[in-house]
Design a protein around this ligand. Structure first.
Ligand code: SIN
Ligand code: FE
Length: 299
């Protein structure tokens, strides 16, 4: 399992190739990802065309969403600008999405055909000084879990690339391994109120039924963010990702926070824990073991 001092593993790849090559040598690293490491590629950049460089401004955002996202149904959300701007932005995000898919196919052959590409995003807003509620505040350590989006135990794998043109790093903090974190927080967990999941679904608060797994992951997310002593004193380290760096992480497992930076690409993938190399490392299994009960409804 990833200890804090070697949680980040660096690789020399300079190419997004879907198969191993001289410039893209890294493959078969499922065990590192599942062990809670951040896989880091300091020389794997996402290149913008001269025309695309016009999008390196917060003004490309419609001002409502903090990210511009390309959904898996092909729709673009959160962008301002002309029809041409929006078409060009979509092409840019789509190109990143395709490259990210090539990369994960090479890195994780065991997952081939099993990873589902979800949304991709371009994040043009400056992190520093962003003002938000504590629950949405990603400058606090957290594991990814979303109130309206139950995942039913499915893993969240994310590929990020910093494309800041002025040399600004994406500044993260990463925390202790998930099992150790859970050991600390498990005594504070409370079970869901019976019937609440059905009510939230009927009221469309959630997009699908919130399972017990989703309930506990959201509690962990919230309780960790609300615990200021934990935020300050918990085992953690700072990690700076310079421009031109790509990193890959299970964001439902690695405790993380973003402290600074601007201009980043991101692609999310879903993976059923049964398709992992070591399914027992999934937060679902770790939580079920710790709580001594099944957290998904019987199929
Ligand atoms: C997050 O997933 O918490 C945000 C990551 C980032 O914006 O760098
Ligand atoms: Fe996050």
């Amino acid at each position: 399992m990833a200890a804090l001092d070697d949680i980040v593993r660096n690789f020399p790849d300079t190419d997004w190739s879907a198969t191993p090559t001289e410039r893209a040598p890294t493959t078969n690293v499922e065990h590192l990802l599942e062990g809670g490491h951040v896989l880091c590629f300091p020389h794997l950049a996402f290149a913008l065309s001269v025309q695309e460089q016009r999008f390196l401004t917060p003004a490309v955002s419609d001002g409502k969403a903090k990210n511009i996202s390309l959904r898996d149904d092909g729709s673009l959300r959160g962008a301002s600008g002309s029809a041409q701007d929006q078409a060009d932005l979509r092409d840019m995000i789509q190109r990143f999405s395709t490259q990210a898919q090539h990369l994960v196919n090479r890195l994780f052959p065991h997952y081939r055909g099993k990873l589902r590409a979800a949304k991709a995003s371009f994040r043009p807003m400056q992190v520093e000084g962003r003002d938000t509620s504590w629950r949405k505040d990603d400058t606090r350590l957290h594991v990814d879990a979303f109130p309206s989006n139950p995942v039913h135990g499915v893993r969240l794998l994310r590929v990020f690339t910093n494309l800041n043109p002025a040399g600004a790093p994406r500044k993260w903090r990463v925390g202790e391994p998930f099992p150790e974190f859970l050991q600390r927080f498990a005594p504070r967990l409370t079970p869901p109120v019976p019937g609440s999941a059905a009510v939230m679904r009927a009221l469309k608060i959630t997009k699908s039924q919130r399972t017990d797994y989703d309930h506990y992951m959201l509690q962990l997310h919230d309780k960790m963010k609300a615990d200021l002593a934990y935020q300050k004193d918990a085992p953690q380290r700072d990690v700076d990702f310079d421009p031109g760096t790509t990193w890959v992480v299970f964001s439902d497992q690695v405790l993380h926070a973003v402290m600074g930076g601007q201009y980043m690409m991101e692609q999310t993938f879903y993976l059923e824990p049964t398709h992992q190399l070591y399914p027992h490392t999934a937060p679902l299994k770790v939580l079920e073991d710790m709580l001594g009960k099944a957290l998904l409804p019987a199929a």
